[in-house]
Design a protein around this ligand. Structure first.
Ligand SMILES: Cc1cc2nc3c(=O)[nH]c(=O)nc-3n(C[C@H](O)[C@H](O)[C@H](O)COP(=O)(O)OP(=O)(O)OC[C@H]3O[C@@H](n4cnc5c(N)ncnc54)[C@H](O)[C@@H]3O)c2cc1C
Length: 493
């Protein structure tokens, strides 16, 4: 089977350069990688909070972690603190890692729930290493990858880092505006990109990384878009960068407001901030003013106003074109999943690298896997809006009253009645994530697995306290996050 010889990537945002770096490094001389981007158009300029699988991506590409973090002014991330989601004054944490110790038949939450009825009232949070470390602002790498983490990074610097890497591995960058996508008259495949200076860039396989514009997959190939804004009604954002006012904490904050939420992402050299909202209930100028009134530290950039529709292209791969990044669809940034979806698509494409001719089964497999990922993440995001005690504004009332997908309704009902959660089909968010968010949003399970009754009061108390103490002792031994970052990967300003 012959690999497509010429891979052309349209767009040089995070998606474009991640794809270029991964393809050039993994496939080497088997293919040529050409990336076209327009400095005049620029990138979206947000996308700074990540989740743990990025570590696998970096390892696969042989990226040195300390160099990568220094080059992108990155900090470590142990999870997200959700403020005001259950009720305006409530706060909870969705952390990476595991909570407590599971039994094969029943997750740790069952033992914790039983423990509460028997007088052990320590919060669920206290049994999770990453969560307690985040709350205490501590971090270190631990043996056997015991600490699960991701990064908070500067998206522009990340793009530059990937570009250096990709070009070092032979990818070629062409500066210019794509004016036209030329289709092959016979096959309907993409034949070439035509730039504003008349250059014609031919390829065998085209990757659409043109962001929300979706120049290839939608404007040229018209695959169609599934609109999910009924479930996730936020459709606008404003982002600004600010000076840091305190040492960076190892977590992102998602602070709910009356018609959406606000993020704070601490980096080494500054903080990233943004407000995400539903334009039906909040005017753009008011959103902008609200953000500026709620950031800490001097504002460093002009507010970046963004509009989006939550949803997905009906096909992520069509003919000889694959959409990766925002061109393929968008799920709002509440759980920092977009860069992850880019990574999944790239690795999936490498695994399913088509021969000549392209097998329609490869395309079908790719589309099915990619859509499954997006639907699973979509359900997890909807959970945060649907399960809330907030009824204080029309936005929150709409969220609480909305119909939700059957798959999510089942998951919520199962947990509410039995405290059970099952991970299906290699789903991104594992049991711990679902349990933390469901408890955090206010679901109190009505029962738990009877197996916990096997333990006497003393045995259960001993189990719970040993896990808690283990976590507390480990966290006490960790250095402050900011000190560790400075030592491990301090960036040169
Ligand atoms: C408000 C908000 C917050 C977000 N926060 C996060 C987060 O915390 N974590 C996360 O994982 N993700 C986040 N994301 C998503 C993340 O920003 C994107 O997934 C990521 O930046 C990838 O974008 P992209 O490369 O697909 O598109 P873009 O960055 O828009 O890049 C598009 C590229 O295409 C080029 N281009 C477009 N048209 C043409 C043309 N005609 N000719 C030549 N070039 C062209 C542009 O110049 C650019 O290089 C967020 C998104 C939004 C909207």
């Amino acid at each position: 089977m012959r690999a497509p010889r010429r891979i052309v990537i349209a767009g040089g945002g995070t998606a474009g350069w991640m794809a270029a770096a991964a393809l050039a490094r993994t496939l080497g001389r088997a293919v040529s990688v050409t990336l076209v981007e327009s400095d005049a158009i620029g990138t979206i300029g947000v996308g700074e909070s990540t989740i743990p699988p990025i570590i696998t991506f970096n390892r696969l590409l042989g990226i040195n972690e300390a160099e990568f973090m220094a080059a992108t002014q990155a900090t470590f991330k142990l999870g997200i603190q959700f403020d005001g989601w259950k009720g305006p004054q409530d706060s909870y944490f969705h952390s990476f890692g595991l909570t407590g110790k599971d039994h094969w038949a029943a997750g740790f939450q069952h033992f914790w729930l039983d423990g509460r009825t028997r007088g052990n009232d320590a919060p669920y949070d206290d049994y999770c290493l990453e969560l307690v470390a985040a709350r205490e602002g501590r971090f270190a790498h631990l043996p056997d990858d015991r600490m699960n983490y991701a990064y908070q990074l500067d998206s522009t610097l990340y793009g530059r880092f990937l570009r250096r890497m990709a070009e070092g591995d032979g990818a070629v960058r062409i500066e210019g505006r794509i004016e036209r996508v030329e289709l092959d008259g016979k096959s309907g495949d993409i034949a070439a990109l035509v730039l504003d200076d008349g250059q014609r860039i031919e390829g065998d396989l085209f990757i659409d990384c043109t962001g929300f514009r979706a120049l290839l997959i939608e404007r040229a190939l018209h695959v169609g878009f599934d609109d999910w804004s009924h479930y996730l009604p936020c459709d606008a954002a404003v982002a600004v960068q600010t000076e840091s006012v305190r040492p960076p904490v190892p977590f992102t904050r998602a602070i709910a407001h009356e018609s959406g939420w606000q993020w704070r992402i601490p980096l080494q050299h500054r903080a990233g901030n943004g407000i995400v909202y539903c334009s039906r209930y909040l005017d753009h100028d008011v959103a902008r003013e609200r953000l500026l009134a709620n950031v800490e530290g001097t504002v460093l950039t002009e507010p970046n106003m963004l509009r989006f529709t939550t949803g997905a292209r009906r096909k992520q791969w069509h003919r000889n074109c694959i959409a990766i990044g925002l061109s393929g669809g968008f799920l709002e940034p509440l759980e920092s999943t977009s860069i992850h979806l880019i990574q999944r698509a790239i690795l999936r494409l490498i695994r399913l690298l088509p021969g000549d001719p392209v097998s329609p089964h490869d395309i079908a497999e790719f589309n099915d896997q990619q859509m499954t990922d997006m639907l699973q993440i979509r359900d997890f995001l909807i959970l945060h809006y649907k399960v809330t005690e907030r009824r204080d504004t029309p936005f929150w009332r709409q969220c609480a009253d909305m119909e939700i997908p059957e798959s999510l309704a089942h998951k919520i009902a199962l947990f509410r009645e039995t405290a059970r959660v099952f991970r299906r089909n290699d789903e991104l968010f594992a049991e711990n994530s679902w349990v933390q968010v469901m408890l955090g949003q206010g679901i109190v399970p009505e029962s738990y697995h009877p197996i916990t009754a096997r333990l006497s009061d003393g045995e259960l108390a001993q189990l719970l306290s040993s896990v808690r103490q283990n976590v507390a002792t480990t966290v006490r031994g960790l250095p402050p996050h900011a000190d560790y970052v400075a030592r491990f990967c301090g960036a040169v300003a």
